[in-house]
Design a protein around this ligand. Structure first.
Ligand SMILES: Cc1cc2nc3c(=O)[nH]c(=O)nc-3n(C[C@H](O)[C@H](O)[C@H](O)COP(=O)(O)OP(=O)(O)OC[C@H]3O[C@@H](n4cnc5c(N)ncnc54)[C@H](O)[C@@H]3O)c2cc1C
Ligand code: SF4
Length: 478
């Protein structure tokens, strides 16, 4: 069997960061990635689901109330994300879990991650957007806050000379979004790490003092490699699924695998702006994240608020409605036509919620996700909608919600399903990412984050992966 010091599953933030650090330390590293090696020439200006599903996976929750999307391509979520890379505020690390216990290990807080935030920002070229880079949608968003005497500012992105074409979530055709394909992955390859794409890892099992990793190839074949040590970084939906598929071979695996799924407290809505009170804009032009962010409600509600300008195809798929109901038929069409271009402003709140959801596997070993509408979640959503209405009312705008009775549309930030913890009885991995009871098996992706990040999570996932990788790089042969 092919043998390596490290086998890494997944090439997103959690996978390719340790790949680089371990290869730099002289280890032999192979990364197994389910998706294809797509580059600018493969990306399209298209929201056609048949195209999007070649680079993104979408998983409906079991009760169909919501769904999750995540990258399925070399570079993982970094290739299809909207690029907002923000540091989790200090208070995020004080969050409590569903049982009221501290969610994060005592040793991990903002100060512990700051040096690793620095490293990731330097590696990826993350910087604050300039005023010239704020799309009109972001400017109108800023006006809503400004008219209330509240603040907001420009977010931070790994973008260079962005052309504002608005297709970030379909992959950047201009190579202006500096995803992991431009930094960590080529740097790791330069150091000798191999990235094997179209390799869907099915199981991990202890074998010969290390682990045997079995995968299926997209051509219908199968492969296996042996790793002295293994890192699973397949994201917060797929990592627990892989562990659960392998559970028979991993005795003592924590019962918490797959539990504590949270969606980072994302709640999305639109403001229907009054006629004539704001400058002209077309809400889906610019970037898929229209740059501006406000922490004005952080102190009171622990939420940050972001501009969204989702593409027409996404909007047309949403269950957008108005309290009291939208008109039906022709009247509805006329209303949407009159507000669609420049009176609909998308927004997303991100906040701290405990992980009430779960991931399990079906009979074929594939992931199934559930995000039940608990009392706590309903209360949180109502609180966020209250804030949206407060801002709306102050500006003569009405809130259009994105779901009638299920979860408001917000699907891109699953976290928490293999959470880190100090207590092995209540967590899946220790604070250095090692799976309890499985020396040599590690997890470094978004599944390990035990709570929400209060902002878009990728930078915190990446900094945490840098933190753990710095430790792993010091490990010699067992
Ligand atoms: C449309 C969209 C927009 C987003 N916008 C933002 C944003 O603006 N800012 C932000 O911070 N976050 C954003 N996110 C979220 C961000 O992309 C994720 O939080 C982040 O990528 C998660 O990192 P990860 O390492 O946990 O997993 P991923 O980046 O998802 O990487 C996991 C990798 O593992 C691979 N994989 C999965 N299963 C297997 C298997 N069985 N075998 C082999 N490989 C496997 C996947 O193909 C993937 O490449 C967005 C996400 C989406 C989908
Ligand atoms: S908006 Fe900018 S970063 Fe996004 S796809 Fe277009 S050029 Fe690339």
């Amino acid at each position: 069997m092919e043998r390596h010091d490290w086998v890494i599953v997944g090439s997103g933030f959690g996978g390719c960061i340790p790949a680089l650090r371990l290869a730099q330390a002289g280890a032999s590293v192979v990364v197994l990635e389910r998706g294809r090696r797509n580059t600018a020439k493969d990306f399209r200006f298209s929201w056609d689901p048949r195209y999007l599903l070649t680079i993104v996976k979408a998983l409906q929750t079991e009760d169909f109330s919501s769904f999750f999307r995540y990258g399925n391509t070399l570079g993982g979520g970094s290739v299809v994300f909207s690029g907002a890379m923000l540091r989790a505020p200090s208070e995020a690390f004080d969050a409590l879990d569903e049982e009221g216990a501290p969610a994060w290990p005592a040793s991990i807080d903002r100060a512990a991650l700051d040096p690793h935030f620095d490293t990731v920002e330097t590696m990826m070229g993350v910087r604050q957007a300039t005023w010239d880079e704020v799309p009109k949608t972001g400017a109108v968003f800023a006006m809503l806050f400004d008219r209330m005497g509240l603040t907001c500012d420009r977010g931070r992105f790994p973008y260079e000379d962005c052309r504002q074409c608005g297709f970030c979530e379909a992959g950047c055709r201009f190579d202006r979004k500096k995803s992991l394909l431009f930094n960590y992955i080529p740097a790791a390859e330069e150091q000798g790490a191999q990235f094997r794409t179209e390799a869907d890892v099915r199981t991990v099992a202890p074998h010969d003092g290390g682990f045997r990793v079995r995968y299926a190839t997209s051509a219908g074949g199968a492969g296996e490699v042996w790793g002295r040590r293994v890192i699973v970084a397949a994201n917060a939906i797929e990592t627990p699924a892989l562990l659960l598929r392998s559970a028979a071979d991993l005795p003592g695996l924590s019962e918490h695998v797959g539990l504590h799924l949270n969606n980072n407290g994302d709640v999305a809505w639109y403001w229907m702006l009054p006629e004539g009170r704001f400058p002209e804009f077309v809400h889906h032009k610019g970037r898929t994240n229209a740059v501006m962010i406000s922490y004005a409600y952080w102190a009171e509600h622990r939420i940050s608020i972001h501009t969204g300008c989702p593409p027409p195809a996404v909007i047309s798929g949403l269950d957008i409605h108005r309290e009291g109901g939208l008109p039906w038929g022709l009247e509805h069409k006329r209303l949407m036509h009159s507000i669609y271009r420049n009176r609909m402003l998308g927004a997303l709140a991100i906040g701290l919620v405990p992980g009430w959801g779960r991931v399990r596997i079906d009979g074929d070993g594939n992931a199934k996700a559930a995000l039940p509408m608990t009392e706590g979640l309903r209360a949180y959503i109502n609180r966020v909608v209250g804030v949206a209405k407060e801002i709306g009312e102050a500006n003569g705008a009405e809130v259009l919600r994105t779901s009638k009775d299920g979860y408001e549309h917000a699907d891109a930030h699953p976290l928490g399903t293999c959470r880190m913890g100090d207590d092995p009885a209540r967590s899946v991995v220790d604070p250095l990412g090692q799976v309890h009871g499985q020396p040599g098996l590690f997890i470094t992706d978004g599944s390990t984050l035990p709570g929400g990040t209060g902002v878009n999570p990728s930078l915190t996932i990446a900094a945490n992966a840098e933190r753990i990788a710095a430790h792993l790089a010091t490990l010699g042969a067992p």
